[in-house]
Design a protein around this ligand. Structure first.
Ligand code: NAD
Ligand code: DAU
Length: 338
């Protein structure tokens, strides 16, 4: 089988390729990635020599390059996106371009090439927000109500994927997953930022008031869920994926990281809030559990310990990222707040 993976040099995409090549060595994998600030071929060093693996540098909005690289593909797994909410608030147009137009170009090419499955990686953020303290959860029937330019662009991409299935009969599936954390997470997202800031002896910025809730999932558990959907998920289906059974606030997550790493809560800096901030995410993942037998394999505490160990053991990886353009971004995002 030939897989065409977009965004395979990013956080989740590279974890997916590393996992897939280990567990499915008979398959060929094309990693199609534009190498934006978030793409890093270092993530794939351990498999880049394998003859079944091929990297193609290209933009998903560039139809000719996509079409050429996609020929002969059985399954498209589409991760490529602009993925950080705070950056979408600063520069929304890149999000619409890549996430909406790029997805449409990929769908068009998949239709022309004739694939067995187009699997779209989406997010729980398309559903908007839940009330703080409520017992409600997002599920596959939850109406879309995105709040940030990022989540609105992901919602647009989900609608296009379903439109191509309904209009042209393209065989698709979609997963809407919650917040991932783990190895190779770009240190702009809360977990990677908190751990690397602490390793540098710097404070962790927590958006006010810190009571916001996310549904945390260790990245390899997300990857295993995608594997199951590709293997056994029904064509045309959507699956919600999440990792938690009970709410935990951002402040408590950061305190957990601080305590595991042996610091004190004085390393927390409460800063101004994110505009349009969704206050609570929680996922009902019973459909993928019942139909495909998936459940998370690690608790938040176990996953955090593994992630902290990984960042502590891979200082060169994140230190080489936290220079130059990253520092410019950090200054604009946090400069006056921390
Ligand atoms: P990331 O930002 O770490 O990686 C994105 C990758 O896409 C990078 O390698 C980048 O170079 C590539 N890319 C960006 N624009 C491109 C373009 N125009 N053409 C080709 N490649 C391009 O993202 P991530 O956190 O790994 O997220 C991957 C996917 O999973 C995204 O679609 C995101 O919406 C979704 N998702 C992420 C999370 C999360 O917690 N990170 C949770 C649920 C869903
Ligand atoms: O829910 C899935 C989504 O999770 C993915 O679709 C996105 O690609 C991914 O970026 C992530 O979005 P969030 O906005 O939830 O993740 P982030 O790590 O940016 O923030 C997590 C929470 O922590 C959120 O409530 C905002 C807060 N936060 C974030 C940063 C970066 C802080 O308090 N301080 C920070 O410095």
């Amino acid at each position: 089988m030939k897989l065409f993976v977009t965004g395979g040099a990013g956080f989740i995409g590279s974890n997916f390729i590393l996992y897939w090549m280990k567990h499915h060595p008979e398959d060929r994998v094309v990693n199609y990635d534009a190498l934006t600030y978030a793409g890093n071929l270092e993530n794939l060093r351990e498999i880049e020599h394998l003859p079944q693996y091929q990297f193609v540098k290209g933009d998903i909005c560039d139809r000719a390059t996509v079409l050429e690289a996609m020929r002969g593909t059985d399954v498209v797994v589409h991760f490529a996106a602009e993925s950080h909410v705070d950056r979408s608030i600063m520069h929304p147009s890149a999000f619409v371009h890549t996430n909406v137009l790029g997805t449409q170009v990929l769908l068009d090419c998949a239709k022309e090439v004739g694939i067995r499955r187009f699997h779209h990686i989406s997010t729980d953020e398309v559903f908007g927000t839940l009330e703080l303290g409520s017992a409600e959860k997002f599920n596959e029937q939850t109406p879309y109500a995105p709040h940030s330019p990022y989540s609105a662009s992901k919602a647009g991409s989900d609608h296009l994927v379903r439109a191509y299935a309904d209009t042209y009969g393209l065989p698709i599936s979609i997963t809407n997953c919650s917040n991932n954390y783990g190895p190779y997470q770009f240190p702009e997202k809360l977990m990677g930022l908190a751990i690397t800031n602490l390793l540098e002896g710097k404070k962790v910025p927590v958006y006010s008031p810190g009571s916001q809730v996310r549904d945390w999932l260790y990245v390899e558990d997300h990857v295993r869920a995608i594997e199951l959907v590709l293997q056994k998920g029904a064509e045309g289906s959507t699956y919600c994926i999440g990792g938690m059974n009970q709410d935990i606030s951002n402040l408590d997550v950061v305190k957990m990281i601080i305590s595991i790493m042996g610091f004190k809560d004085e390393m927390i800096e409460i800063v101004g809030d994110r505009p349009g901030h969704d206050v609570r995410y929680a996922i009902d993942w019973s459909k993928i559990h019942t139909e495909l037998g998936w459940s998370p394999s690690v608790t938040l505490e176990q996953g955090l310990k593994k992630t902290i160990d990984w960042f502590a053991d891979h200082q060169e990886w994140w230190q080489s990222i936290k220079t130059g353009a990253y520092l410019d971004y950090y200054e604009v995002q946090y400069g006056e707040r921390i």
